[in-house]
Design a protein around this ligand. Structure first.
Ligand SMILES: C[S@@+](CC[C@H](N)C(=O)[O-])C[C@H]1O[C@@H](n2cnc3c(N)ncnc32)[C@H](O)[C@@H]1O
Length: 297
């Protein structure tokens, strides 16, 4: 198992306490004031009351404990609604590839929404172990869920995957290797790609990528890969226009963005979602231009 830094150990020790403090009492969830910056989101046409959260992860509380990366109740459960609640139709019977699968939170959600099987790829061995344990604990064995330890780009380029749906959640801003990533996703023949990503200048009209470095020592950040020099990893944050351009180059397009405005409207008092509320983070359902799978020759 990879050794945890002191900071990671401290975060892990504290998070069990933290999620309990953060979680509002059951009755309070729908009565607290909405986040002040909700208005910055594009308007929604969903009916008020139609986007009330199901609090999916209350059935699977291990996921509040096995990650240090935003495992807070509100954020995890609203992300569930944006990623799965609005896209249930694509998961029935699907084989799913979960990139940067972390502790298996979204792999489990895919299976619970009818996926036939899930393969997760995750660089950090301790998270792969946690994912296998979490899924096993909730009744999904290796026949339904398998997890591969490795760099996403490396694994995609060296192994063959067939998938109906690819999940790229919380990962697009931890890489600059877009051609490798998208070529790998393209090779899976997936009809759908769900992207959940942070992006600065989200509403800007011109494609741009904000280039930064991340500390490879932090659990939720980019993992060191074959190109890493020193302790930091070079990564980019593409805006929506850049994401559209990149997807187009590989035969995908954004079909729709999840209704975060409606989610935040109907679930007031949910903190830790400011990036979604102010439009700096999105959940996008993307579809392959040739959704029909080519015949196997
Ligand atoms: C922000 S977390 C997102 C976790 C989860 N997918 C989610 O959306 O909640 C980023 C994850 O990407 C993993 N990761 C970072 N760089 C990676 C790489 N090159 N290959 C595989 N996993 C990587 C991290 O270990 C971490 O689990």
């Amino acid at each position: 198992m990879a050794r945890m830094s002191l900071r990671q150990q401290a975060a892990r020790a504290l998070r069990g306490v933290a999620w309990r403090i953060e979680r509002p009492p059951r009755g309070a969830r729908r009565q607290a004031a909405p986040p002040p910056d909700v208005g910055a989101l594009a308007s929604t046409d969903s009916a008020p009351g139609s986007r009330t959260a199901s609090w999916f992860f209350e059935q699977f509380p291990r996921f509040y404990m096995t990650s240090s990366t935003h495992p807070t109740t509100a954020r995890l459960n609203l992300r569930y609604e944006a990623i799965f609640g609005e896209n249930r139709d694509v998961f029935a019977g699907a084989s799913v590839l979960d990139l940067a699968s972390h502790d298996g939170r979204w792999s489990l959600a895919a299976l619970a929404n009818g996926a036939r099987s899930v393969t997760g790829i995750e660089a950090r061995p301790d998270l792969v172990k946690a994912a296998a344990e979490n899924l096993g604990e909730y009744g999904y064995g290796a026949d339904r869920a398998r997890f591969i330890t490795g760099d996403v780009h490396e694994v995609l380029s060296t192994q063959d995957f067939e998938a109906d749906v690819v999940l790229c959640l919380g990962f697009l801003y931890h890489t600059l290797r877009y051609n490798e990533l998208l070529a790998g996703i393209r090779r899976t023949n997936a009809g759908y790609l769900i992207i959940d990503t942070f992006s600065p200048h989200m509403m800007g009209p011109a494609p741009n990528v904000n280039v930064i470095t991340e500390d490879a020592d932090e659990e939720g950040k980019a993992a060191a890969d074959a190109y890493t020099h020193g302790p930091s990893v070079l990564v980019g944050r593409p805006n929506l226009a850049a994401i559209r351009t990149m997807l187009g180059a590989y035969g995908y397009r954004v079909e729709r963005l999840s209704d975060w405005a409606g989610l935040l409207r109907d679930n007031p008092g949910t903190d830790n979602c400011g990036d979604y509320a102010n439009g700096r983070r999105i959940t996008a359902r993307c579809v392959s231009a040739n959704a029909a799978r080519p015949a196997v020759t």
